[in-house]
Design a protein around this ligand. Structure first.
Ligand SMILES: [Zn+2]
Length: 116
C-alpha cells in the first residue's frame, strides 16, 4: 500500500477515481458565457458535484453570505451576471484550501480547439 502510494507520488492527490474523466478545457457561466473555471483545477471531491479549488481568474466569481437553511455558507455567483453557481467551502485541497462546489447545470463546458 505505502509502496504503491510512493510510486504514484507524482499524481494529483485526488486522481484515484479513474471513472471520472477530467478532460482539459474550461467551464463557463451557462447564463452569460463568462469563463469561470479551468478543468486543471477540477478535482474529485466525492460529492457528485463539479468541484474546483480556484476560479480561472480571481474576479470571475462573486461571493455572498448565505445563511439559509440554518447554515452559514458562502454562495458563489457569476461576477458578470449574478447567476447562482454553487457554494464555496473551506475544506478543499492546497494551495487554496477552498472547494468550489458548483452546480453542474450552472456551468457550460467550453471545448478547446481540436489539436489533431
Ligand atoms: Zn454569468
Amino acid at each position: 500500500m505505502s509502496l504503491f502510494r510512493s510510486l504514484a507520488g507524482t499524481e494529483m492527490p485526488f486522481s484515484s477515481d479513474s471513472c471520472n474523466r477530467f478532460d482539459p478545457g474550461r467551464y463557463a457561466c451557462v447564463c452569460c458565457g463568462s469563463v469561470l473555471f479551468d478543468a486543471a483545477t477540477k478535482f474529485d471531491s466525492g460529492t457528485g458535484w463539479p468541484s474546483f479549488d480556484q476560479p480561472i481568474v480571481e474576479n470571475a466569481v462573486a461571493y455572498r453570505a448565505d445563511n439559509s437553511h440554518g447554515m452559514r455558507r458562502i454562495e458563489a455567483l457569476c461576477n458578470t451576471c449574478d447567476a447562482h453557481l454553487g457554494h464555496v467551502f473551506p475544506d478543499g485541497p492546497p494551495p487554496s484550501g477552498l472547494r468550489y462546489c458548483m452546480n453542474a447545470l450552472s456551468l457550460a463546458k467550453v471545448e478547446e480547439d481540436a489539436h489533431a
